[in-house]
Design a protein around this ligand. Structure first.
Ligand code: OGA
Ligand code: MN
Length: 223
């Protein structure tokens, strides 16, 4: 009789409960969670491959909610984005992962997260995103921001860090290298942050869990 293993192939989910618990604990304690190299390769490698093979025409210049002024927008952010709809296997796996995290956080923190929207972002050399908040206070739309990084072998010194500020007064911030598999989560209304210019192409996935703010027959648009 040949000896065959009955252990299921690891699809990268074995560490998931641990990571989800760490994110929930951090969010409860401090409102943000920084997890270097935390996402399983089974999840991030296909995303990285997919984003680098994408037709550049699928990306469009990112806007900044409030202003339509293109010159002002250029001054604030220079990245290009492409929304993830789950058509690709890699994108569907990412949305599935985020859905499991959403359910976990709702159970643990009673946050009432209702939906998730997410896009790939490409920052070319020199591109940046100046200090900003992901949600406007009081509008209660975007509740929790997620950013995952898709850049193999990122070295400190290459720039491109995410700088997360603890509050409006903080000018030092916490710098995070956009290295493959690193994951950052933070309350969207609470933490100003920025993306520093890098010397090389920088790929990330950003996503937001939203509350259901549909009221009185007015459906809250997904974005
Ligand atoms: C954003 C953002 C951060 C990053 O898209 O709102 O802040 O590190 N992205 O890509
Ligand atoms: Mn942001």
């Amino acid at each position: 009789m040949p000896i065959t293993s009955t252990a299921p192939a690891d699809d990268g989910r074995s560490g998931e409960p641990h990571l989800f618990a760490r994110i929930a604990g951090d969010i409860r304690a401090q409102g943000y969670s920084i997890n270097p190299l935390a996402l399983p390769p089974e999840l991030v490698l296909p995303l990285a491959e997919y984003v680098q093979a994408m037709d550049p025409a699928s990306f469009s210049r990112a806007g900044t909610g409030r202003q339509q002024d293109h010159m002002l927008n250029d001054f604030v952010r220079r990245d290009e984005i492409c929304w993830i709809n789950g058509d690709s296997g890699a994108g569907a796996a990412w949305l599935g992962w985020a859905e499991r995290l959403r359910c976990f956080l709702n159970r643990e923190l009673l946050l009432g997260l209702f939906s998730f929207e997410s896009h790939f972002a490409h920052y070319g050399p020199g591109d940046f995103y100046r200090r900003h908040l992901d949600a406007f206070r009081g509008e209660a739309n975007r509740m929790l921001s997620l950013v995952a990084y898709l850049n193999p072998h990122w070295q400190s010194g290459e720039g491109g860090e995410l700088v997360l500020y603890r509050d409006d007064e903080d000018t030092d911030g916490i710098k995070v290298l956009p290295a493959m598999g690193s994951l950052v989560a933070f309350l969207s209304e609470e933490f100003p942050h920025e993306v520093l210019a890098a010397e090389r192409d920088r790929y990330s996935v950003a996503g937001w869990f939203r509350l259901n703010t549909s009221m009185g027959g007015r459906i809250d648009p997904p974005r």
